[in-house]
Design a protein around this ligand. Sequence first.
Ligand SMILES: Nc1ncnc2c1ncn2[C@@H]1O[C@H](COP(=O)(O)OP(=O)(O)OP(=O)(O)O)[C@@H](O)[C@H]1O
Length: 258
Amino acid sequence: MSHTLLETINLTVRFGGHVAVDHISCPFRTGELTAIVGPNGAGKTTFFNLISGQIAASEGRVILNDHDITRMSAAQRTHLGIGRAFQLTNLFPNLSVLENVRLVIQSKAGRGFNIFSMADTHKELTQPAMDILTRVRMREQADQSVSELSHGDQRKLEVALLIALDPLVYMFDEPTAGMSVDEAPVVLDLIADLKARKDRAILLVEHKMDVIRTLADRIIVLHNGALAADGDPSEVMASDVVQEAYMGRDLEKALSHV
Ligand SMILES: Nc1ncnc2c1ncn2[C@@H]1O[C@H](COP(=O)(O)OP(=O)(O)OP(=O)(O)O)[C@@H](O)[C@H]1O
C-alpha cells in the first residue's frame, strides 16, 4: 500500500523581502510520480533546492520517512534517501563512465567513497555497474571519460548514477532536456520502471507536456512560490486556479510553448 515518504510542511524561503517558496505543505507518496509545474519564476527549482538541501528554509519543515531533515546538509539527505540527479553530475569528470557508476554503488554499499580503493579488488561492483549502463544504453561508452561525453550522454549518466544510488525519493529536473529523440525515450522508460516498483516517490520538474502526460500520476502547480493546485492531472489542467496561474492561458498550451 502506498504511504507518505516525503512531506513538506509550511516550507518557506525568503530572499530579502521576496518569498520564493511560500508555506508549501505537500505529501509525496510511494509509487506516485508528481509533476511540478508552474510559470517561469514560480519557485519550482527553489522548492527542489529546499527539499534536497541546497538552500536552507526560512520557515517550515521537510520530513523524510518520519525523520525531520530540515536542518540537515545535502550530503546527509542523500545518505538518508533523497536523490537528485544534478547533485551527481560530473562527480569525477576525468574518470570513466563505468568508474563513476561503480563509485556510487560502492558508496551505497557502505564502503565509503574512495577512488583509491577502486582497482581490481572491487570487481564485484563492475557487473552491477555494467547492468545499469546497459539499462541506459551506455555500455559502449563505459570506458570513456565523463568529460568526453555528449550532452545527451551526460544527462543519461546522471540518471544512471541516480539509479545506482537508488534513493527513496527520486528528484528529476527536466531529465530529457537537450536529449535527442532517440535518447529521451530511454530515460522516460527508466522513470516509468521506477514508478512501477511502487516503493519509491518520484518528483519531476517538467515543462514538456507529452512527458507529463505519459508519466504523471499527479500534478502540483506552483504560482508566485505558493501551491496553486494539486491533484489528478486531468482535473488540475482544467481547474480555474491553473488557468489563472497561467494568466488565462490553457495549461497544456502554456507548457508546450515553454
Ligand atoms: N538565490 C536567490 N536569491 C534571490 N532570489 C532568488 C534566488 N533563487 C531564486 N530566486 C527567485 O525566486 C523566484 C523563484 O525562482 P525559481 O528559479 O525557483 O523559479 P522556477 O519556477 O524554477 O523558474 P524556471 O521555470 O524559470 O526555472 C524567482 O523570482 C527567482 O528570481
